[in-house]
Design a protein around this ligand. Structure first.
Ligand code: PMP
Length: 336
């Protein structure tokens, strides 16, 4: 199997070495080679799904979605968390410290999952309005959670994490996913390479929502190196108060250090209601249960598809679908 570079490193992980050493003490020559895969080797290499209904009647247009909920922690953020933790373990930045970061949900699950598998203790500052399902998952993985004021969103969680790190720098490694290059590099080496080979280099448009911006920045940077003609479209909520969990309204939010708006050829603003409608439409017509930001990405993808078809252009449109709808089943829009 063609694992991304960063996943291959797991094979020589400390945990694996310790496990091998322990079994070697009992039996110096194992009768059978290690079978199966380490759970962390399942990060990345997600399938590319074709959404035929979004390009119906359009002869030269395909709409594809990267099914990121099939990562082991259930979202695209496994890629960033894995690379952030592996990079910090290699550099020694985590030695004797807990990982600390501010998160909105998926990153927390990803940090907690990778931390559990790699023996790293995790403390997370989380806005208290994340969905009930996420609260339970975070608790299950055993991370230390500090709830922050929902009115202040992720920006409030970031402020608290900074204060905690400033007060006790020897206790915490502040992972700072908004500034950490290992975030976007996970997508530069992983997501982009996968999309390039899965589309056999035919991708024309890349679409992703922007939270920390790691997915958009890393994937776009690499795809544009491979083919400068690839058009990159970022997706943002259409207002400061929105229900697109995981996405930032950049004009009114704290802008991540790793964000580079010059990479985008266009930006599409999507309303929360349009994203909800797309989520319902896809589960009932394509049989795919998407998260809300994935719905927003497909709203933008359908718009791009219609524009390409109207001007008779060939278009291979790839949208990142960050997580699945099972995290959002208690949201009211299902009853409307
Ligand atoms: N959608 C969801 C559901 C997310 O949790 C995130 C991460 N904040 C994103 C989109 C955006 O990803 P990124 O942080 O890489 O911009």
């Amino acid at each position: 199997m063609n694992w991304p570079l960063h996943a291959k490193r797991v094979r020589s992980s400390r945990a694996t070495l310790e496990l091998n050493a322990a079994s070697a003490a009992v039996s110096p020559a194992p009768a059978v080679d290690a079978l199966g895969v380490c759970p962390l080797q399942r990060v990345g290499n997600t399938p590319l799904l074709r959404f035929e209904s979004l390009a119906r009647g359009m002869l030269h247009v395909q709409v594809l979605g990267k099914a990121e909920w099939l990562n082991p922690g259930g979202s695209v953020k496994d890629r960033a968390a894995f690379n952030i933790i592996e990079t910090a373990l290699r550099s020694g930045a985590l030695r004797g410290k807990r990982l600390l970061d501010a998160i909105s949900g998926n990153t927390g699950i990803a940090y907690a999952m990778v931390g559990a598998a790699r023996g790293v203790e995790v403390t997370l500052c989380v806005p208290a309005n994340v969905s009930a399902e996420r609260k339970r998952i975070l608790a299950a993985y055993g991370a230390e959670i500090i709830w922050t004021d929902p009115q202040e969103g992720t920006d409030g969680a970031i402020r608290l994490a900074r204060q905690m790190h400033d007060a006790e720098p020897d206790r915490y490694f502040y992972a700072d996913q908004y500034s950490n290059d290992a975030n976007w590099l996970a997508h530069y080496h992983g997501t982009a390479a996968e999309i390039w080979s899965q589309t056999r280099g035919a991708i024309t448009h890349f679409i992703a929502g922007v939270g920390t911006s790691g997915t958009f920045v890393g994937t776009t940077r690499r795809l544009k190196e491979l083919n400068p003609k690839v058009r990159a479209i970022s997706v943002q909520p259409d207002s400061a108060f929105h229900g697109l969990e995981g996405l930032k309204h950049m004009p009114t939010a704290m802008v991540p250090r790793i964000y580079d708006p010059s990479l985008a050829n266009a930006m599409v603003e999507v309303s929360t209601e349009a994203a909800y409608e797309m989520v319902k439409r896809m589960v009932r017509t394509a049989g795919v249960l998407l998260g809300v930001s994935a719905g927003a990405a497909l709203v933008a993808a359908e718009k791009v598809a219609q524009q390409a078809a109207a001007s008779d252009h060939v278009a291979v449109i790839v949208a990142v679908l960050p997580d699945s709808g099972d995290h959002y089943l208690s949201e009211n829009f299902w009853n409307e």
